[in-house]
Design a protein around this ligand. Structure first.
Ligand code: C2O
Length: 461
């Protein structure tokens, strides 16, 4: 049994990162067509020959191999968590074997980057081994990253409060793990954990990490994903939470290569318990199994009293640009009354949930993260108390391109604005007929970027 350790708690003299770096350099020497090569492993996640990061890395696998093994990453799907767990397990096995072949230890395990650890003042800074030295002698360095410090709001763990694993993000709530889909390389609606922190950490780092078709070329990808994988267990351990029970999730199989390069298959039910994944692993500081209810309990279908309904929506497509993009929505007169009528949820009285939706979001390139604010006064010096959340557009170009795997109708984002709306209603000058949504880019849009939002809407119970 391996233990995946916190990258910031590795003891002095620990060689985990040193060996990781050596293995990356070794795997980069293998031809891209070799399943055990660095590039092949990254191509399994996503690939596009036109992207800068793939220049000069050919010859690429045959069309048949690409069809079967490349561009497999599951996004906007309830397979997001199991697929990435399988992907990491085989990758860890291949890196581990490479390290043994180089004369290193037999028990190498992928460390995780816990950027949300509030007890660690450096938590949101990329570990130094990945940035220094900043050149190719360092296997963990990657050219073109935009930033190596993640802003605090992009590492919030609100996803852990989401009870259901599955949700469609529209009429039913945003699930922790993502909506029910079949194979979904580039699905439109990302689950709660996938949206925050997963997607935002990707795009905040930027460069290759900002695009699913190049992200796994950056060695930080894997320690980021070890953390996302760890959070799946943290969530289960909180109780009243359980994995999907449907056979269409449990038995769905994905293809990988093992450490000998041989083709293998794995199904979701084989990765529910980390101790049973290949030779098994646990996470430092995390119990490997949650309360009894987590496994075998009833699956929670929804944590809302009634399905969500659209109560307001824009009727024109919006194109993002400039220092901010603003749009106004008019809520129906009955809205405030609805909102104030409490609902009963699991025996407790709760406020009705309200979500702000961004639908059919299509785009090009790697657009900057946009922070979303509601009703910011003209003269506001500090906008923090009007902050509704952020949208990352991770994978938007793929999601906008019709292909074998997706319709190309774009992405869908939902922000829970229940608390913010309640606070706004209490402020002087509140007007139910006029809610202003501001989208503020965290970096300027460039000529390579483009984002169009089909509709902005408000869904409420
Ligand atoms: Cu498949 Cu973090 O991406």
């Amino acid at each position: 049994m391996k233990e995946r350790k916190d990258v910031y708690k590795l003891p002095a003299g620990d060689t985990t990162l040193e060996w990781y770096s050596k293995a990356v350099i070794e795997m980069k020497k293998r031809p891209t067509r070799d399943p055990r090569s660095w590039n092949y492993q990254a191509g399994m996640h996503g690939f596009n020959a036109n992207l800068f990061w793939w220049q000069g890395k050919g010859p690429f696998p045959s069309p048949g191999d690409q069809q079967n093994f490349w561009n497999q990453c599951q996004h906007g799907s309830w397979f997001f968590l199991p697929w990435h767990r399988m992907y990491l397990a085989y990758f860890e096995q291949i890196v581990g074997q490479t390290i043994v072949d180089l004369g290193g230890p037999k028990d190498w395990a992928l460390p995780f980057w816990n950027y949300s650890d509030t007890s660690n003042p450096k938590a949101r800074v990329m570990p130094a081994a990945f940035t220094n030295p900043g050149n190719a002698t360092n296997g963990l360095w990657m050219e073109g990253r935009q930033s190596t410090t993640i802003p605090e709001r992009y590492v919030a763990l609100t996803a852990l409060n989401t009870l259901p694993f599955t949700g469609d993000g529209r009429s039913s709530p945003l699930g922790f793990g993502g909506p029910e889909t079949s194979f979904s390389h580039s699905g439109g609606t990302h689950g709660a954990l996938e949206s925050l922190p997963h997607d935002l950490v990707h795009v905040a780092i930027g460069g290759a990490m900002g695009d699913p078709r190049a992200a796994a070329l950056d060695p930080i990808f894997w320690v980021h994903h070890a953390n996302i994988d760890r959070l799946w267990q943290v969530w289960l351990n909180m109780g009243h939470r359980t994995d999907p029970k449907k056979a269409s999730w449990l038995k769905f199989a994905f293809k990988f290569h093992d450490k000998s390069g041989a083709e293998v298959e794995m199904i979701s039910s084989a990765v529910e318990d980390t101790r049973k994944v290949l030779t098994g692993y646990t996470y430092q500081g995390v119990a490997p199994s949650g309360p009894a209810l987590s496994r075998g309990g009833l699956e929670i279908e929804a944590d809302l009293s009634t399905p969500l309904q659209v109560v307001a929506a824009t009727n024109e497509t919006l194109t993002l640009g400039g220092p901010k993009t603003s749009v106004s929505l008019s809520l129906p007169e009955t809205m405030q009354k609805r909102e104030n009528a409490p609902v009963s949820r699991g025996g407790t009285v709760a406020a009705k949930k309200t979500f702000l939706h961004f639908e059919n979001v299509t785009g090009r390139g790697i657009p900057p993260i946009h922070d979303v604010y509601l009703n910011v006064p003209e003269n506001a010096e500090n906008t923090d108390s009007y902050y509704a959340g952020s949208i990352s557009f991770f994978g938007v170009e793929d999601a906008s391109t019709p292909s074998l795997h997706q319709a190309g109708s774009g992405q869908h984002f939902a922000l829970d604005i229940t608390d913010l709306m309640n606070r706004l209603r209490a402020l002087p000058g509140w007007d139910e007929q006029k809610l202003t949504v501001n989208l503020v880019p965290t970096q300027p849009m460039t000529d390579d970027n483009f984002v169009k939002i089909g509709r902005i809407s408000i869904y409420s119970e």
